[in-house]
Design a protein around this ligand. Sequence first.
Ligand SMILES: NC(=O)c1ccc[n+]([C@@H]2O[C@H](COP(=O)([O-])OP(=O)(O)OC[C@H]3O[C@@H](n4cnc5c(N)ncnc54)[C@H](O)[C@@H]3O)[C@@H](O)[C@H]2O)c1
Length: 384
Amino acid sequence: MDKVKLAVIGIGNIGNLHLRNIEHEPKVELVAVCDIVPEKADAAAEKYGVKAYYDSDTLLADKVCDAVIIGTPHYFHTTIGIAALDSGHHVLVEKPISVHKADCERLIAAHERNPEMVFAAMFNQRTDPYYQKIREMVQSGELGTLQRVTWIITNWFRTQAYYDSGGWRATWGGEGGGVLLNQCPHNLDLLQWITGMPVKMHGFCNIGKHHTIEVEDEVTAFMEYSSGCTGLFVTSTGEAPGTNRLEIVGDNGKLVYEGNEITFTRNEVPASEFLRTSPESFARPGTEVETYTFEHHGGQHSEVLENFADAIMSGAALIAPAAEGINSVELANAMLYSSFLGQPVAMPLDGAAYEAKLQELIATSTFKKEVVEQVEADMGKSFN
Ligand SMILES: NC(=O)c1ccc[n+]([C@@H]2O[C@H](COP(=O)([O-])OP(=O)(O)OC[C@H]3O[C@@H](n4cnc5c(N)ncnc54)[C@H](O)[C@@H]3O)[C@@H](O)[C@H]2O)c1
C-alpha cells in the first residue's frame, strides 16, 4: 500500500478541516465522504471529486476505503466506530472517543476483536512541544514527587449563537455533556497523559450558568491521586478573556505553563528535605528559574493524520491510541457524576452507574426534545 484510501464521515466544522488537511497529505487518498445531510456530502464530494454517501453503513459495506475518520457528533463515534472496526476498517476517531465510559468500553472491545486494525484518536494537542516538554519533565522525575496540579482552562469562551448553531449541541441526548465533553477532552487527555489518573474526584458543575443550555458550562473539580498529589481543574465557556494556566508542583520545584512559556522554578534542595533539615523557622529553599519556549505548537491535526497513515502502512507507534481516550471521558463523567450526587466519587468510575444517570437525564429532559428524538431515531435505539 503506498497510500491509505480514506473516507471522512461527518462533514461539519472538523470534517471540513480534515478534508483540507488530507489534500496536503501525500500518504492518504480521499475516496469518499459521508454525511447524513445529503447537501453537505454532495458539496464535499463535488469539491474533492469523490463519491458521496449519506449513511455510514452503506459506505462501510461498499468497502471503498481502508480507513475512516469519524467527525460526527460524539454519540456516533461509538456506533460508527464499532461498525467500522468490525467491518475491517482502520479508524481515526474524533475526541471524545465516546460520550461515557461504558460506551468507551464497547468501542474498545470492538478494537480488541479486531486488533489488526489501527485505532487512533484525534488528540492533536499531544503534538504540541509545550505539553510534550511538560510530560517529559513530570515523567522523568525532574519535578520530583508531585504535590499539586492545578489547571485553570477557562479560555474556551463560547457565545449563545455557538450553542444554537447545531441542534445536537449542549443537550444530554445529542451531546451528553457540555464543556467537559466538547472543549475539555483535549485538556483532560493531556492531564491524564502527564500525571496519570486520580483515585478520587469531587466535581462541582454548574448547569447552564452562562448560557441557555441544559448541560454544564462551568466546572471546578478537586482530585486526589494515589501518590497523595492533589489536583484542581477549572473550566468555563462563559469567562472572557479566560485563562490557560497549568501549574504543577513537585518536591523539586514549580512548573508553570502560561502564555507560550514554561517556567520551572527549581528548588536547590527538595522541599521535603529542606523542611525537615533547616534549623530556621521561616527559611525556604533557594531557587533557580529555567524557561522553555518553542517556535510553534506542533503539527496538530495534520501530524495526527500523517501518524495514522504511518501506523497503517508501516506500523509506526500512534501518537494517541484511541483506547487511551477512555481516560479523558472517565474524568469528565466523574466530574459530572460527583456533582449530581453532591459527593466525591471513587475512581475508577462505575461506568454502568454513570450511564444510568445519563439515561435518566436524557429521559427527563425537555430541552430541545425533538433533537433527542432525532438522535434516537438515527441511532435506532431509545434512551428511555
Ligand atoms: N479535534 C478537534 O480539534 C475537534 C474540533 C472540533 C470538533 N471536534 C469533534 O468533532 C465532532 C464533530 O464536531 P463539529 O464541530 O464538526 O460538529 P458539526 O455539527 O459541525 O458537524 C458534524 C457533522 O456530522 C454530521 N452527522 C451527524 N450524524 C451523522 C451520522 N450518523 N453519520 C454521518 N454524518 C453525521 C452532521 O450532519 C454534521 O455535518 C465532535 O465530536 C467534536 O468533539 C474535534
